[in-house]
Design a protein around this ligand. Sequence first.
Ligand code: PEP
Length: 341
Amino acid sequence: MEGGNAAYAGGRRGSPVFPREYQAETLFQIDIAFKMRWQFSAGGRGRGGAGAAEGEGLLQSRHILLDFAAEQEHARRIRIITQSEIMSRKPIIAANWKMNMGPAEAREYLAGFRKELAAFDGSHVEKVLVPPFVTIPAVMDALGGCSCVGVGAQNCSDRDNGAYTGEVSTAMLAELGVRYVVLGHSERRRYYGETDSFINGKIKKALAAGLTPIHCIGETLEQRDGGQLESVLRTQVTEGLAGLAPEQAASVVIAYEPVWAIGTGRTATARQAQEAHAFVRSVLADSFGRETAEKIRIQYGGSMKPDNALELMAQPDIDGGLIGGAGLKPDSFAAIIRAAC
Ligand code: PEP
């Protein structure tokens, strides 16, 4: 046992063993070595009131905790408080539907999704659906004014209004009740030639309209293999957010999406993702100061699924997910949200 207190008395595979007196209490809140916090309520017998224990040491992953929880006869509810929450970074999970789901399909999706959401307490997570433009009104309608799920757009214009055929302005999106806009997605960079300075113009328009930009960045496999990971991410972050005041930057969400992991089924390992996120946060600190950088949420995107979300979300600098394929099914998207709770 390292550091910690009596609550960590060792145990199978290093799991903590709680002394009996703690088991009758209703709440434990524990800080562990790598600063993930967790909390569980155990009850049934004894109404000893709230108890708290503080310690650090043996727990190395959520999985150990969940295994431990499953073994506890009286455990009723487990909730892990991540580093994001400690830093007041509310986890944000968004489903980018891309060019999928017309209005009718979206209505069907929402019926299933709302049922899924009703089955657990997802209030600790910001949930966002990002439909195609034409589907936005149907999604709003199906949400019936429920602000528990935010709606985002997949793009916006860098202009206010006028003769820009095919464009959609931030004011139009705001009028529909849209709160987020995904910008700089690798598909827009790759197929439509979007550059960092173009994306920067859109980010500024989004902020001016009160929308939250989700600024996508990420390296290709060639760039990673060629040792350019850091320079690519640094350029995308600094040029994409150029000219923003720290208060504006604090409200931007960054989505780190390694291009080689998008839609390929090949996820970055939790370690690779954490390293990239920590690097991105250091770049944000260089540009806007450490305090602001600690407030900025960084999502991971790239084949995130129910079975890898827990491990990714357990990383201290991963504050959510931008989900493509797995966001097209209400049950798998809800399962990812659940993993972030
Ligand atoms: C994406 O396109 O942003 C994405 C992460 O897709 P997928 O989850 O399908 O890899």
